[in-house]
Design a protein around this ligand. Structure first.
Ligand code: PAZ
Length: 319
């Protein structure tokens, strides 16, 4: 592990704004993970995945009015959460506020208020054309939360995202090879360090503005080698130029020591992805019977993790 990267990460965290509700988040995560430990025996029912979803924002002012955003609708993360839960995994879902949520993806796009109508004294009712979709979403979402197998942790900024990811990683390491990281969030590579960020809204009318952005430390490397070194790690690589996609995914796999990198191209990301592992590349496509490409993708990655657990021998967590 590169000492410079560790120092850069330490500097990042030391200078980041304090995470709101930090203690409550730590307690929630620890309690969620602890509940899995007594039954963690290497089978699917005791496995856990941390799914990251949505794009991080990079604030330009401390009292933030303007920010840089990273594209991600959250569909990948939400659909994958459903697939992993179906396969018996518990899921920690680190997601950008306001992006797609599991079990809610097929809700009508109409604004919430137009899904309901007044129905007499103190009563409202669902518009009949939306009733089936809304009932299904409400039932499935609440049953997932009530099952105790889904922990929803929202973030907005890059600072919040990385703080939460670190908290989750340090806790999940207890599950050793039984945990997976599925890092589908679109995370900014550049940011404005908190100590050099202006307090108030940047004023216009002073001509063109130049701003220097610092590079975000390579947190994937820390996650993989320091925070949760036995976890099965999957990251995603998005490109718009298909000619460079596989090269970039291979480079990321080698550089960060990922077990798999899922390469996807913006236009076709909902139909197909290419999974790059140390054994080569595999094209994963959805077929006509499947609603989402995440169905075959999650199946493939679960099989890969199973081989990884089995290859671990004495390292497999036995209770
Ligand atoms: O969230 P979404 O379904 O609209 O898109 C998913 C995605 C393209 C953000 C994800 O698959 C991905 O590639 N994330 C990593 C992006 C990156 O290269 O940083």
């Amino acid at each position: 592990m590169d000492a410079v990267e560790v120092r850069n990460a330490e500097t990042f965290f030391a200078s980041a704004p304090p995470l709101r509700d930090r203690d409550a988040i730590v307690a929630k995560v620890e309690e969620f993970v602890q509940r899995r430990l007594p039954t963690a025996s290497g089978n699917r029912a005791s496995r856990m995945v941390c799914i990251t979803s949505g794009g991080t924002t990079v604030p330009l002012e401390r009292k933030c009015v303007r920010f840089i955003d990273n594209f991600s609708s959250g569909h990948r993360g939400a659909a994958s959460t459903e697939c992993f839960m179906k396969a018996g995994y518990s899921v920690i879902f680190i997601n950008r506020r306001g992006t797609a949520q599991p079990f809610c993806r097929f809700l009508p796009e109409d604004p919430l208020l137009t899904c309901f109508e007044p129905a007499g004294d103190n009563l409202i009712q669902l518009i009949p054309s939306h009733a089936v979709a809304v009932q299904k979403a409400v039932t499935e979402y609440h049953s997932a939360l009530n099952s105790g197998h889904l922990l929803n942790l929202p973030y907005t900024t890059l600072f919040e995202y990385l703080e939460i990811l670190k908290i989750v990683s340090l806790s999940l390491r207890q599950l050793q090879r039984n945990c997976m990281f599925y890092l589908a969030a679109a995370v900014s590579d550049f940011y404005v360090p908190w100590q050099s960020m202006v307090e108030h809204k940047i004023q216009s009318g002073v001509g063109p503005m130049a701003m220097e952005l610092a590079q975000v430390p390579k947190m994937l490397m820390l996650l993989r080698h320091l925070w949760a070194p036995e976890a099965f790690c999957v990251s995603f690589k998005l490109e718009t130029d298909v000619k460079i996609l596989i090269k970039k995914a291979q480079a990321a796999r080698e550089k960060y020591g990922m077990h798999a990198v899922v390469a996807n191209e913006l236009e076709t990301r909902k139909q197909k992805v290419i999974v790059v592992t140390n054994e080569g590349q595999v094209l994963v496509e959805k077929d006509a019977s499947q609603a989402d490409v995440e169905i075959p993708l999650v199946d493939f990655l679960i099989a890969q993790q199973t081989s990884y657990i089995e290859a671990g021998g004495a390292n497999v967590l036995v209770v």
